[in-house]
Write a protein that binds this ligand. Structure first.
Ligand SMILES: CC(C)=CCNc1ncnc2c1ncn2[C@@H]1O[C@H](COP(=O)(O)O)[C@@H](O)[C@H]1O
Length: 232
């Protein structure tokens, strides 16, 4: 299985994070899986990838050219896929991977795993979405997601598809169970982009229709007026 792991480009202040990155890297290699990640040698990304490689595993890095030019790419990767933009990197990683894991990290990690959560919620069959919640790092996110559910923005069923695990052992047991998604069933980056555009076109049209329906009975003369001609 190709496992995409998103994590900090910094090591963080808690040593348990680097330990988890190391243990997960070794497990990926020893169990014959492959790592798909951002390609950098720094922070938790560096710990993870160097341990996959040291344990004899395959690590595929997907790195925008500007990071390579800045000298942060990992050496001796199985393959370094060079892309031009961060968006291309995310799309490529989704294309390559069968399951997605977030270790602790910063806003880059959050951005990357958020796209996966959004795809899972939309029913796009990208692969399963896991969080390694070491020492409660992701508890505030769990709280936010529950708040979203309580306020009616996401469904309880969505919450159940985001898996939060407390240890590398728990995570690897879940990864073992995760079924490999057939490639043909996965949406391509272009399909994802088209779907997003469609959703945003539809919501825009719905919003405009709702606004017109709301104002029409209240202000019949004003409803059709442009903003340049405000109602007196
Ligand atoms: C230009 C340069 C050398 C910056 C050094 N800093 C970085 N080096 C490598 N990857 C990074 C860096 N900052 C953010 N990222 C990217 O953002 C993601 C993780 O970010 P974060 O640390 O969770 O937010 C990764 O995909 C990583 O590729």
């Amino acid at each position: 299985m190709n496992i995409a792991v998103y994590c900090g480009s910094n090591p963080g202040r808690n040593d348990h994070f680097a330990q988890a990155a190391r243990d997960l890297g070794i497990w990926i290699a020893v169990h014959g899986h492959a790592l798909v990640y951002g390609g950098s040698s720094v922070g938790l990304m560096g710990v993870l990838s160097s341990n996959v490689l040291a344990a004899g595993g395959n690590a595929y890095g997907v790195e925008p050219r500007f990071f390579i030019d800045a000298g942060v790419a990992q050496h001796d990767l199985t393959e370094l896929v060079v892309v031009d933009t961060m968006s291309e990197r995310k799309a490529k990683m989704i294309e390559l991977a069968d399951a997605f894991v977030a270790l602790p990290g910063g806003v880059g990690t959050l951005e990357e795993i958020s796209e996966i959560m959004s795809c899972v919620r939309l029913g796009l069959d990208v692969g399963e979405c896991f969080f390694l919640n070491i020492d409660g790092f992701y508890n505030p996110l769990i709280e936010l997601l529950h708040g979203m559910e309580q306020q009616g923005f996401i469904e309880r069923g969505d919450l159940e598809r985001f898996h939060f695990l407390e240890s590398v052992e728990q995570l690897t047991r879940c990864l073992d169970r995760a079924e490999r998604t057939p490639l043909a069933a996965r949406a391509t980056a272009a399909e994802l982009a088209e779907l997003r555009a469609e959703v945003s076109r539809e919501s825009q049209a719905e919003l405009e229709a709702e606004r017109a329906a709301f104002y029409a009975p209240l202000q019949p003369d004003w409803a059709g007026a442009s903003e340049a001609e405000p109602h007196q």
